[in-house]
Write a protein of this length. Structure first.
Length: 257
């Protein structure tokens, strides 16, 4: 199995024996991963993230004043904690039940602060980005379940390659910015920058299809129950990426008005 999400790879669910199932009743042992269990945990993590996002949001919009700088320490702290937590979970899958909620809380702090900063510049942009993110999530889930989109091997390979290419471009741009030579145009609001952001949004969205497929296959193989938390965490990683890219795309479009 192949996925562009760096938290999900071929080794994630390797060597977990397949549990026998009652195919007639679609039942599995209580200690086995299920798609429904993963979905419930994903909703729980989303609720945690929204809770802390509201906190940092309120730091920016306090009373009648707007102060984006007030949320930045919380946002930066959430970014650092979220990154460290994500790295630990990737290497220690068994810690996912304990650390996935920590990741969600930390990412909520980060997203709340960043979202408030964008909202201060472009009123109404956050609700558009949130709507776009969840609309994409449910639309692709429906398309995947109905069979309109199938995660074939060629499809997986293409998305995996595109995701790796995007990560490489961002890495080169980041390193270049330290030396005063960032990659030109892709961060600007011109046609190239908007086209690049639109491409990244599409690839981020299609990674959701790979995640759905990966989690479904893992559940069919009888992966351990604790990997429901890992699967939920992995979906959160993709959703955070998708939301941030939609937010950036909308900001580029709004800056041209």
């Amino acid at each position: 199995m192949r996925t562009g999400n760096p938290t999900l790879n071929d080794k994630t669910f390797e060597n977990f024996g397949v549990y026998p199932r009652d195919l007639a009743n679609e039942q599995a042992p209580a200690d086995v991963m299920t798609v429904n269990g993963t979905a419930q945990k994903t909703l729980f993590l989303l609720a945690l993230a929204m809770g802390t996002a509201c906190f940092t949001w309120s730091r920016t919009f306090s009373g009648l004043e707007t102060n984006p700088g007030a949320a930045m320490p919380w946002a930066l702290g959430g970014l650092v904690v979220g990154l460290i937590t994500a790295l630990v979970i990737c290497f220690k899958h068994t810690w996912a039940p304990m650390l996935a909620p920590v990741y969600a809380l930390a990412e909520g702090l980060f997203l709340g602060g960043v979202s408030a900063s964008f909202e201060a510049q472009y009123p109404g942009i956050v609700i558009q980005a949130v709507g776009g993110t969840f609309g994409t999530l449910f639309g692709l889930l429906l398309a995947y379940q109905s069979g309109l989109i199938k995660a074939t091997e060629n499809f997986k390979l293409g998305i995996f390659a595109a995701t790796g290419g995007i990560c490489l471009v961002y890495l080169i741009s980041l390193i270049g910015s330290f030396f005063g030579f960032p990659i030109p145009y892709i961060h600007a609001a011109g046609p190239i920058g908007i086209g690049f952001s639109l491409f990244v949004v599409v690839i981020a969205a299609l990674n959701l299809v790979l995640d759905f497929d990966f989690i479904e296959q893992a559940a069919d193989r009888g992966a351990p129950k604790y990997l429901e938390w890992y699967g939920a965490f992995a979906l959160m990683v993709t959703l955070v990426w998708l939301y941030m890219e939609i937010l950036r795309l909308l900001s580029k479009l709004r800056s041209r008005d």
